[in-house]
Design a protein around this ligand. Sequence first.
Ligand code: HPA
Ligand code: ZN
Length: 348
Amino acid sequence: MTTTIAPTLADKVARAPKAELHIHIEGSLEPELIFRLAERNGVTLPYASIDALRAAYAFTDLQSFLDIYYAGASVLLTEQDFYDMTMAYAERALADHVAHTEIFFDPQTHTERGVSIDVVVAGIERALADAEKQGLSSKLILCFLRHLSEEDALATFDAALPLFERYRHRLIGVGLDSSERGHPPSKFERVFAKARALGLKLVAHAGEEGPPSYIYEALDLLKVDRVDHGVRSIEDPALVARLADSRVALTVCPLSNLKLCVFDDLTKHTLKELLDRGVAVTVNSDDPAYFGGYVNTNYFAIIEALKLTDTEVYTTVRNSFEASFVTPDERAALIARLDAHWHGDGAQ
Ligand code: HPA
Ligand code: ZN
């Protein structure tokens, strides 16, 4: 790919310590690993080969992606499968100089197939503990599938209660993902209230394909700490002003938005306009195995498309730490590392 990003800026952002705040671990399953796990577990896939699977990655909207994403996740059966998937992501994240990551997982995708939530979390946790020894700090966020019922979400929350206790160093919040249209945040007000009562962090996908009213619902009814995607906020100036004033961050995923046709061209992406208006936007990969790249590739693509300046890129990287769920001391240390890299002698 030819690029017009200044080599110094490309190198600076590539090596900058950064946080990734919007990554579905099931969306990090590369086709090669899907086939390896299918073989290991005797699962038959509706695709004849790795190439045939990859050829199916031509999405027209969110649902066309989700259908394939859930098919891919069907190969995950054992604790070791969840370990292998998570370790593969951790290695890619470390290569992109991700210092801290907050990972989503979808327990209902697995419990529906008879895989217990304990197996899912144990495998992910074991990998994250190993990755931590290599310098990757991480948290885990349990997401409810919004196309399923409120009752199902409440049952999932109850089943996860012992895990919130046992893994409280890691499992720090709940989120909301899957098919957005027709499944407003209001459907999950009660389960989010329960999570809030436990002191958990709260996030929700809103305003990816859904209207700005879904973002208001996420803020006012679910009382989220961050909004995932949120790019359709641009249609409502009062909402943009509110996001800017409150510093409720948006976890934006440029290549996801392109591949799912939220924008037909990255030059039309609204990240820069949101940044100009003071919104705390961050850059993330969403489902990197499906959308064409990990977090650094997302930075390169959006910098190039929108001609972001050095200062704008610094702000988005800094926002990733500002918006993360680390402690104030950890945040200060991460920002000091970023500043030493960005403004210092480049020794990072
Ligand atoms: N949107 C909603 N649900 C998802 C996504 C997304 O981008 N990725 C994985 N689940
Ligand atoms: Zn997402």
